[in-house]
Design a binder for this molecule. Sequence first.
Ligand code: SF4
Ligand code: SF4
Ligand code: SF4
Length: 395
Amino acid sequence: MSNNQKETKNYPNKGKSLPVEKSIKDTVFNIFKKALEENIFDALLIPAKVPDTDAYSWILLQDESLFDIADPLPPVMTVQGGRALSSFSKNGELGLKIAALLRPCEARAVIELFKLHQVDLDNMTLITIDCPGAMPLADYMNDPKKIADSFKKISEKWEISESLRPACQNCHRFSLMDGTGPDLHIGLLGENNKVTLIANSPEGNDLLEKLGFESKDSLDKWKTEKEKLVKEKTKKRESFLKEWQEKTKNPDGFFNELNKCINCHNCMNACPICYCQQCYFDSQMINFKPEIYLKKSREKGALRFPLNTMLFHIGRMSHMVLSCVACGACEDACPVSIPVGRLFSMVGDKTQKQFDYVPGLNREDPLPLQIFKEDEFCEVETPNECEEKATEEVK
Ligand code: SF4
Ligand code: SF4
Ligand code: SF4
């Protein structure tokens, strides 16, 4: 089942640098306005602030006046972009040409959903942007102005602040990766007062050409700054993984983290990868007649309600963790502050490494459970032979 997945594609060498005139936001929006005016695409999926409220949502924008409320990098991730995109593109072909501006973890979720046949990418241009992270939703809801102001400061400095969501503090995939994910990437790192457009697919090249841009500017400064931050964040991620693997090395440690769970299933509903319309854990199949509960309670001495809390987490994990993109949307949605995103991301990291798989990296890579190699996981199938082989190797 190993993919032997490699970072198969080198970064593009050149891009198009644009000077920031009024603000980064305006510079980015001018590109989109031009693309809409020239019918390069018909609509743009982008986050926006709901007027007269502190709420953020996604809009499928066609009317240019709505750029006033759009925001390429809002302070919070209210709905994971992969979930927003699949909600309107999974039930048939898109008649219109759509562009979607997503954070890198959202675009990676889209790639996984594409492999799971939950999005149609035929008429879709995926655009990502260097992402400074997002703030915890609960903090923002308590004091929107204060948190939005702190986010502004943190993002200006690209600070790995402890005020960011844990998923973002530990995120080393906040920018363009060496893979066939998005069509176009917007680089914000590197040169101050410049926005760099990086075509990452033939469609991305085509888009830049149609916009009248030539990719001839050096990406060196963007790459250097990006790689510096990737290194710093990888270190942070490694210590997070180490700490959480230690904390949960015994089943008790793992289950203790989930003990406060009220079984609301918010984490599942917020997760872009949990796409099943009827989840087993929400179905009647796990409801039994009263006598069964009484029997179980008699056998155990007592029965804890809500039932099946741990089964829910283990079941959800086993269904989707190979595609977990460590976006933290589940953790943001948890009403009792369970570090559920960290748990899934930690288990995801371990499991994905076993399969040599990076979710959302390449569109062409098959999902690990769709392929297999004859000699893999011999430690599970024929442990004795594996042991002999390992001993021989040691000798
Ligand atoms: S997890 Fe990474 S890509 Fe996603 S919002 Fe946080 S920093 Fe950005
Ligand atoms: S389990 Fe959590 S961190 Fe993983 S993809 Fe789903 S929402 Fe994101
Ligand atoms: S959101 Fe939190 S409380 Fe609700 S089911 Fe998930 S972990 Fe449990």
